[in-house]
Design a binder for this molecule. Structure first.
Ligand code: DAH
Length: 342
């Protein structure tokens, strides 16, 4: 009887043991037979109670034999399955060391950033402090305090994006001048870089662009200080020997106001395509801070004077790198930026 059962157990194991390809399912199968409590072999032991005493040792021996056989058989199979599993895993994780490495693309700074960094270097070298203004302003800071009251015709030059009745996207970094002068008494010497916004869109204008604003206020500041600083700036950004020239102009917040030209760095002033045959290139607006602006900020215009200037960063980048459409600066094409790598 017991021999039959044992034979059955052996063949049940033999029939299936070779078919497993995962150690987990093999382990489940093993439990069916070798679990200490519910395994078929453990169950055989339980039956011993019903067997006459004198037959028990012999029977115990056969059961033990099949148990040892099963353990050995499962252990051996487990080794084989685990070896196959390991091989599979290694294959899946295999690395082809002869494969060429993936190239890490190295980016480049945008021409706007290059120019901005260069300008910041030049001006901080002359003792300017950086003041970053705010992109959302109200009418007072962007226009009124800058001597441009409502209905002033100069407002038409800067088509404004309003975000509410009260707030607008600043059209000029000049708005920062007012914040600075409200919070700090002279001597003042700041450079304010930042984005500005205007409803304007063609080959040389973009609805968003960057400006650099400068403001110097102290006792005895004159146009000579402005001119001296401009000469240093022009030579450093466009090259040695580049001259500056001031042309009368008009801005509400400066009096007198000037348009600043530099001698053409392409042809040396003889006249070429870049300077349209004139020998000069317009680069920025500037002037002596209008006394009304100083008064608006609580600074005594009889004691203090100052100069201010503002330039378009994209314009400088386009001139310096020979870019003729401002759109290329905003297309985010990395191939474009890479051309200007230092
Ligand atoms: N804010 C002027 C503009 O956006 C540029 C400018 C001109 C700024 C003269 C100045 C200045 O500070 O003095 O067109």
């Amino acid at each position: 009887m017991i021999e039959n059962t044992i034979q059955k157990i052996r063949s049940e194991i033999e029939d299936r043991i070779e078919s497993f390809d995962s150690s987990k399912s093999l382990y489940e199968f093993r439990k069916d037979f070798l679990d200490n409590k519910d395994g078929k072999i453990a169950q055989l032991m339980k039956n011993m109670r019903d067997v006459p005493k004198e037959e028990r040792p012999a029977m115990g021996k056969v059961i033990n034999e099949v148990k040892q056989w099963a353990i050995a058989r499962f252990d051996e199979m487990d080794k084989r399955v685990k070896a196959i599993e390991l091989e599979k895993k290694n294959k899946a994780e295999a690395v082809d060391v002869t494969m060429p490495a993936e190239k890490n693309e190295i980016g480049a700074l945008h021409p706007d950033t290059l120019i901005e960094n260069e300008l910041i270097d030049i001006f901080t070298g002359m003792g300017f402090e950086i003041y970053e203004g705010r992109e959302i302003e109200n009418d007072y800071y962007n226009f009124t305090a800058l001597n441009t009251p409502k209905d002033h015709p100069a407002r038409d030059m800067q088509d404004t994006f309003y975000v509410s009745d009260e707030f607008l996207l600043r059209t000029q970094t000049s708005a920062g001048q007012i914040h600075v002068m409200e919070n700090k008494k002279p001597p003042i010497k700041i450079l304010s870089p930042g984005k500005v916004f205007r409803s304007d869109d063609d080959a040389t204008h973009s609805p968003m662009f960057s400006q650099m604003e400068g403001l110097v206020v102290d006792e005895g500041i004159s146009v000579c200080d402005l001119q001296g600083m401009l000469n240093t700036f022009s030579e450093r950004i466009f090259g040695e020997g580049v001259k500056t020239r001031l042309r009368p102009s008009y801005f509400p917040f400066t009096e007198p106001s000037v348009e600043v030209d530099v001698s053409c760095f392409e042809c040396g002033g003889k006249g070429c395509k870049l300077c349209k045959g004139t020998g000069w290139i317009e680069v920025l607006g500037a002037g002596m801070v209008n006394r009304h602006v100083l008064e608006n900020c609580g600074i005594d215009p009889d004691k203090y004077t100052g100069f201010a200037f503002g330039m378009g960063v994209e314009r400088i980048a386009m001139l310096k790198y020979g870019i003729n459409n401002i759109k290329t600066l905003f297309e985010s094409d990395t191939r474009f930026a890479k051309q200007f790598k230092d």
